[in-house]
Write a protein that binds this ligand. Sequence first.
Ligand SMILES: [Zn+2]
Length: 200
Amino acid sequence: MADIHTIVMNLGDLAGVTALAIQTDPARVGIWHPRLGLPSGPALTQAMTRQTEVFAIDHVTIVDPFYEPRSAMNLDPAGVDASVVLLAAARHAVKLDCGKLVWPIQCGAEYDAVSMALQRAQLVTHLIELDLPGEPLVIDMPFVDLTDQQLGEIALHADAPVHAAWWCEYDRKTPCGGCDSCLRWRSVADAAVPPGLVGR
Ligand SMILES: [Zn+2]
């Protein structure tokens, strides 16, 4: 196995598969996939596995960043839980001597959310530097201020295997087509599929 120099945090979604597609040296990329206890969790993990196969990535780590029983959790992906997940991913990257962690968070034009994400990344970087001075970890956030349409355009231009992503809120064989996430992403995902590729 080649040395890994980049870890991509991958939730199995469109941002995750696009983040993989824009890496210049996929052979040296590893995937870190957190199980977050979401209703769509198994489908997201399956999607992440499909992406792993498409990109022929050997280094895949699936973790549960939280230790409470699911019933006791009220996951807040935009709040303090996001810090826990990001720090766990950063820890994984530095344990592997990777200099770069890709965090494919996407906040669109919600500038407060963009600002919070940037601060969160900076603070996690500082925490890492407390223990590893002189070996900075770069947290790359390539989509942080992109709209859904802009992310879709990047996916198209990067020839991302959009069919390997999952966007439905539920754990099903195919997206339900009616949930908020399906309504949000279906047209973007369709637009991101190159012309002539049907049945994806
Ligand atoms: Zn759905």
